[in-house]
Design a protein around this ligand. Structure first.
Ligand SMILES: [Fe+2]
Length: 192
């Protein structure tokens, strides 16, 4: 069985997320699927792939701590609201760290999926290879999923548009991993 199913605590938390914020719940499912597919494409073993899938599932759990007005706000967030939103990786890390036997890589995904390769991300401003490998993968899957999905403030970009935006975001992603994402997931026709 998958790590997600082995871990009742994480499943209960995910079930709460579904009620609290369905868009984030659906996003998390999609990111989980991308992480699993990318992990397989990169040649990781099934146990590592399960950890990546679980990480995708719980990466945004910290958003459960946000007020509904912020989660559903269609317009631009105020500076104060933005700083609350930016607390979700640390909050998610804290929530998930209370679940028994969670692999460290899952905690790394929660805490560091908004770090950027050039050190300008949050919460820790980690740069380059100091960003845990799994979090660098998560950043790519997270942004790709967000770009290709319709949101209250934006249309859904096509696959080509999303890749073009990501390739033209210098400093955001690990460029080697982004190239791997493009070749394993896009050029190979795995994603449609
Ligand atoms: Fe996030």
């Amino acid at each position: 069985m998958s790590a997600a199913l082995d871990n009742a605590g994480a499943l209960i938390a995910i079930a709460r997320l579904k009620d609290k914020d369905e868009l984030t719940f659906l996003h998390s499912l999609a990111v989980s699927a991308l992480m699993i597919t990318l992990g397989r494409g990169l040649g990781h073993g099934e146990e590592e792939v399960r950890v990546l899938g679980l990480g995708g599932l719980v990466h945004d759990l910290g958003k459960m701590a946000l007020p509904d007005e912020i989660l559903t706000k269609p317009g631009k967030l105020t500076a104060e609201e933005m700083s609350l939103v930016r607390g979700h990786p640390q909050r998610g890390y804290e929530l998930v760290s209370h679940v028994a036997d969670v692999p460290k890589q899952v905690l790394d995904i929660c805490r560091h999926h908004h770090e950027k390769f050039d050190g300008s991300g949050y919460p820790s401003r980690l740069a380059g290879k100091n960003i845990p490998y799994v979090a660098r993968l998560a950043a790519i899957c997270d942004v790709y999923e967000a770009l290709t999905t319709i949101r209250p403030y934006k249309r859904a970009f096509s696959q080509a548009e999303a890749i073009n935006i990501m390739m033209n975001s210098p400093g955001h992603f690990d460029s080697q991993l982004l190239s791997a994402f493009v070749s394993k997931m896009v050029i190979s026709g795995t994603l449609h």
